[in-house]
Design a binder for this molecule. Structure first.
Ligand code: GTP
Ligand code: MG
Length: 196
């Protein structure tokens, strides 16, 4: 799939703010700082589209981006970010849970992990949750440009084992810096958004 255009539509907290339910939505989930917003920019070929930061906790609302006028990509706040108050954490997890359990047209959940890190308890929980509810999913291991090829292969194996990802689920090594994994991810997104 070629991305012809990608635009920011809105930020939202509650369901009444979500865009109309007529188009499929693809959600990006993962810990803070793994590169969710950077991945959106890479797919869109526009590095000014989503705000990114080397300080975790940049994305604090649900952000909806409309791609090719035909599907939404939804940037969710990162989980597991320690440096916020309990009440803010609760607000974030309510926002993420509320979205994932209630949005009517969720076509695909892309779970993103930093290839350099062992998956956290929250990563494992998220993966289990996705499996339990039977959502279509793909897993992205980001920041592969930061590791040697050997370490990448070893860490991919570790991620597949720790998250217990079945062989029919794609685990895509990805780098927004080099564009590695971009085409594979766009192909999956295309199949899903056309089929839903
Ligand atoms: P939150 O909004 O806090 O949840 O973070 P996020 O998951 O949206 O991460 P973001 O895209 O803001 O990226 C965090 C940092 O990681 C930034 O400094 C990015 O430049 C860097 N980063 C993201 N992806 C990659 C990648 O593929 N390679 C490298 N080298 N750095 C990356
Ligand atoms: Mg972000």
């Amino acid at each position: 799939m070629q991305i012809k255009n990608a635009v920011f539509v809105k930020s939202a907290v509650s369901p009444s703010d979500w865009p109309e339910a007529s188009l499929p939505q693809i959600a990006l989930v993962g810990r803070s700082n793994v590169g969710k917003s950077s991945l959106i920019n890479c797919l869109a070929n526009n590095y000014k589209l989503a705000r990114t930061s080397n300080i975790p906790g940049k994305t604090r609302l649900l952000n909806f981006y409309l791609f090719n006028e035909s599907f939404y990509v939804v940037d969710l706040p990162g989980y597991g970010y320690a440096n916020v108050s309990h009440s803010e954490k609760d607000k974030w997890s309510d926002m993420i849970d509320g979205y994932l359990t209630r949005v009517p047209n969720l076509a695909l959940i892309i779970q993103i992990l930093d290839i350099r890190r062992t998956p956290s308890t929250e990563d494992v929980q998220m993966s289990g949750w996705i499996k339990h509810f039977g959502f279509k999913t793909a897993v992205v291991a980001s920041k592969v440009d930061k590791l040697s090829r050997n370490s990448v292969n070893q860490n991919l194996k570790n991620i597949r084992t720790t998250l217990n990802i079945r062989n029919n689920i794609s685990l895509i090594p990805f780098s927004y810096r080099t564009g590695q994994g971009k085409d594979e991810l766009l192909t999956i997104m295309d199949i899903i958004s056309v089929c839903s």
